[in-house]
Design a protein around this ligand. Sequence first.
Ligand code: HEM
Length: 509
Amino acid sequence: MDLTHTLSTSLRSIKLPISLKSSSKMSIKHRIYSYSSPPPVKTSTASQSTSLPVRTIPGSYGLPLLGPLADRLDYAWFQGSETFFKKRIEKHQSTVFRTNVPPSFPFFVVNPNVIAVLDCKSFAHMFDMEIVEKRNILVGDWMPSTKFTGDRRVCAYLDTSEPQHEQIKEFAMDTLKRSSTVWIPTLTTLLDTMWDTIEPQLSSGPASYIIPIQKFIFSFSSLCIAGADPANSPDIAENGYIRMDRWLAVQLLPSIPINAFQPLTEILLHSFAYPYVLVSGDYNKLYEFIENEGKEVVSRGQTEFNLSKEDTIHNLLFILGFNAFGGFSIFFLSLLASLESDKTGIQEKLRKEVREKADSGLSFKSVQEMDLVKSFVYETLRLNPPVPLQYGRARKDFDLSSHDSVFKVRKGELLCGFQALVMKDPKVFDDPETFVADRFTGDKGKELLDYLYWSNGPQSGVPSVSNKQCAGKDFVTLTASLFLAHLFLRYDSVTITGTSFSAVEKRKP
Ligand code: HEM
């Protein structure tokens, strides 16, 4: 199964007309803050005083077993994830409500009950580590077996209260920072190789970009995160990305919404967890690769961050494979899909900006000055958040505010946010359904970065050991901007059809 294709197809099929409409002409900040005093993401939400009406959380979990089963079928089959949440917003007239999310009955020992938080304000409570715990809930109440990660819980499953979280997250951020000197040369060399592979194929028809782009992402992530060059290992150079795809697919299948081939998908893919043994050969090869080729980074994990060799390698593999390779594999596809679906002549505008700012070569400084390129990247992340679901468990009883009500949440309850809807909050984003390439430019655009949440925190926020925001937040947006800049330095335009390039127009001298 091609995980990237499946994930990207399900994400790209998202189209949601939100029925709520903002009639206000007030500025963005005013519109949000007029509902309660402080902005939701910048202060402790627990301590906010509010004059909003208190409302019982609407919705119910239904009858034992049957309620979760009915919701699971709606979610994965009859409605699909986005319509599932949207219909319940309409039914309850609230962006906060109780529901069940899969996986559930019959073979998963999980509690599928969640409180959905589906507007920017209620979603932001999940960034407040005073009120929300993140232990073992990366993909919900259900967690893939730790066998997939060397019998240990890796960083993404750790709560900020666990000392290992600080150790590993610091290690991850330090590793990225140190590799920043090689990012641009590594990226341009690998992208040139990728385009040199694709270009000759175009003379005989459209060329699929899935494999070339996955190979590029795998090599780029391995080099920048683990200092490990796949070119030094023939097996990994050829099959590294496929081994990673299989390892990801087998552990995540129960939680990936696939709205095709039903009811077979429900019966065969969503009813039980697949055993690690199916991919142990792949994982062992990847482990050996990092152990042999990433020696310097592994040794730094041990000497400077006091991690064992095994902890270092399993965490590096997770960050490189799950976070970076998995995230980029989905994100780059939506980036190219945004170019494909544009009807406003965006390629010409992007090309003009790129050549104005970086004609003498790419640098961090030149990319920072490309406001339209960066905005295009942010807008793609807004409408296609690569990690669509986020969870947070209440550490204590607290009051949760949406734009129009306050709800009592009890300690232990699980909050679940579906980003694809949250990022279309009409109280924050004008014309929320439409891809507006320059939405994040200018002063008004910069303010909106407070409400761009793809990284499990605002784009204006700073990942740290005391929060759970993506350690690669800036690396991700910078890499995507560099990808576009490189493309428009090399080509005047590209024609994309689905997951293929059908033509490229080389840069005219
Ligand atoms: C497009 C690519 C990426 C996406 C979409 C992405 C997204 C995310 C998200 C949503 C989370 C929070 C998950 C949660 O707790 O609910 C996260 C966490 C994390 N990400 Fe990323 N990520 C990407 C790339 C990277 C890269 C390149 C790194 C490399 C360092 C990275 C490192 C991490 C780490 C270490 C965490 C755990 C943070 C913590 O435990 O405090 N990610 N990422």
